[in-house]
Design a protein. Structure first.
Length: 525
């Protein structure tokens, strides 16, 4: 039955495909990994009636093999190698070459053809099997490399979910033996699931380019640091992005994830990128992983974080990204310590104690998924709870507080042409000088403030407003965060000298200076 279903799926993808297969063979004693190669099976391709008919009728042809891992006899992983057009013609030419050698007494013919997948291509040979395969060095035995259109796989008996042994097989195929983007999973409707690499397999140069295309404005150093922070440890992927509000911490995370996932725009929904806003009332892990629903006669109250964990566990060949937004709004140790421990020692995550018949949709627990990528963002201000060393020891903490107002302004003018007239060199210079004065006290502003100020000024121009929009925005968006003691005396003095042409803002700064003189403390009022 599983072979019939796999054939149906294959025909959905390749109508009228001709398939050569011995589904009862191709198991552990036939299909197996060799050194730097994978033996797909031993096929009788002497007659080649189906192959020749496919060539004549311009249809695809495939060799399919069933792989039964030794440690899991209940697994039925079908792997199918598809050829068409010139690729199929070259395969037939190679097989004809082997038959010619047999007629001349120098070969064995194609009755027992070994089909080998190697990092340099696909090979058809009748050479005696050896664990050490090097088709390039031994071209007389293996011939030239052939090209496969696509390699599709599925475990239809398990509804598409792979066992750990099957996951290992596909991972090794992608890692060692072939172009990974050609090895894809065949879905029930015949569509192949799009190939997605793990972040470790993506080049930094590609990430930088894709993040820019998605609308992320980050310097190369920040992107490289983030990529290495997230991927350097194979068993845990956890980064904390910290800094002032508005520097693009959440946006960097989404741009990075979407670059890896190959998505074309940030407005596209993806189950593989989950944002979890942390709330101040979180006091235990159930706020993240849900809990048994005792008031609803059984069942389980699921959460987006739990769904992300289960997705990562069910499809370990693809990454899942989770953004814990403003994760220090609550005491991290109260709601996250279980996950830190499981991540650190790759322990099992426990969800509930009910039996599978009571809560069939959620298992009691799962191993920590190595393909889960966690990113937490925190704002460094007085409204949040500081991290303990236990948390910081288990993550890379990356600071994104550095802001280059001029560089961002120039980039923004190219990104949003309607703001070009607003973001003049004079305005960007003024904002950059303000930020320079505020930065030593961690009171400076981020890119979001620059953009929103520009939108405000642009709107004022369109509506013919008589107020000074820049003055209003400096007062309402930049000065509101200011507070401090006598150490800020020079900061306020420099601001008052800079803002002489902004009466509303100057008035506000002078009030702060007066308060500081009277009580050695000031804040926006």
């Amino acid at each position: 039955n599983s072979w019939i279903e796999f054939s149906r799926r294959l025909n959905e993808r390749y109508p009228e495909i001709s398939v050569q297969s011995e589904p009862s063979v191709g198991s552990a004693n036939s299909a197996r990994f060799l050194t730097n190669a994978f033996k797909a099976g031993i096929a009788n391709l002497q007659g080649r009636r189906r192959l020749l008919a496919a060539l004549e009728e311009n249809r695809p042809w495939a060799w399919a093999s069933k792989i039964i891992p030794l440690a899991a006899r209940d697994s039925e992983l079908y792997v199918c190698f598809v050829f068409s057009g010139n690729n199929l013609h070259e395969l037939n030419r190679r097989l004809s070459e082997l038959d010619s050698e047999a007629k001349e007494g120098t070969g064995k013919g194609t009755n027992n053809t070994r089909l080998l997948l190697h990092s340099t291509g696909f090979y058809a040979t009748t050479a005696a099997e050896s664990d050490h395969i090097d088709p390039v060095a031994d071209s007389d035995q293996f011939g030239g490399a052939l090209t496969v259109d696509e390699i599709v796989y599925a475990d239809v008996a398990a509804n598409g979910k792979l066992t750990p042994q099957e996951v290992d097989i596909i991972q090794r195929l992608r890692r060692d033996c072939f172009e990974p983007e050609k090895i894809v999973r065949l879905e029930a409707d015949g569509v192949v699931e799009s190939f997605v690499r793990l972040p470790e397999k993506v080049e930094i140069a590609e990430l930088i380019e894709r993040i820019g295309e998605l609308g992320g404005h980050y310097d190369q150093e920040s992107i490289e640091t983030f990529h290495l922070n997230l991927t350097h440890n194979p068993q845990k992927h956890f980064v904390i992005l910290r800094g002032i509000s508005g520097t693009g911490k959440s946006r960097l995370t989404k741009c990075y994830a979407y670059s890896v996932l190959g998505l074309e725009g940030l407005d596209i929904e993806s189950e593989r990128f989950v944002i979890v806003p942390v709330e101040p009332q979180w006091t235990d892990p159930s706020f993240l992983i849900g809990h048994e629903d005792v008031l609803a006669n059984g069942g389980y109250r699921r959460t987006p974080f739990l769904d992300a964990l289960l997705l990562a566990n069910s499809d370990p060949l693809k990454p899942v990204f989770v953004l814990l937004d403003e994760m220090n709004r609550a005491q991290v140790e109260h709601y996250f310590s279980n996950f830190l421990s499981a991540m650190e020692i790759e322990d099992k995550l426990h969800f509930h104690s009910a039996s599978s018949t009571e809560i069939p949709e959620v298992p009691q627990g799962i191993p920590w998924p190595r393909n889960l990528y966690l990113i937490g963002t925190i704002n460094d201000d007085e409204s949040v709870i500081p991290f303990s060393s236990m948390v910081l020891d288990r993550a890379n903490s990356q600071d994104l507080s550095q802001v280059n107002v001029k560089e961002y302004g120039f980039w923004l003018k190219e990104r949003e042409p309607e703001l070009r007239a607003t973001l003049t060199d004079e305005l960007l210079e003024e904002l950059a000088r303000i930020n320079e004065i505020l930065a030593p006290f961690q009171l400076h502003f981020g890119n979001r403030t620059v953009r929103e100020l520009a939108l405000y000024v642009n709107r004022a121009s369109i509506t013919n407003a008589t107020i000074d929009p820049v003055d209003r925005q400096i007062d309402q968006k930049i000065l509101t965060k200011l507070r401090g003691g006598v150490e800020c005396t020079d900061m306020l003095n420099r601001l008052s000298q800079l803002l002489t042409d902004r009466p509303q803002s100057l008035k506000r700064v002078n009030i702060m200076r007066s308060d500081l003189n009277e009580s050695d403390f000031f804040k926006y009022r």
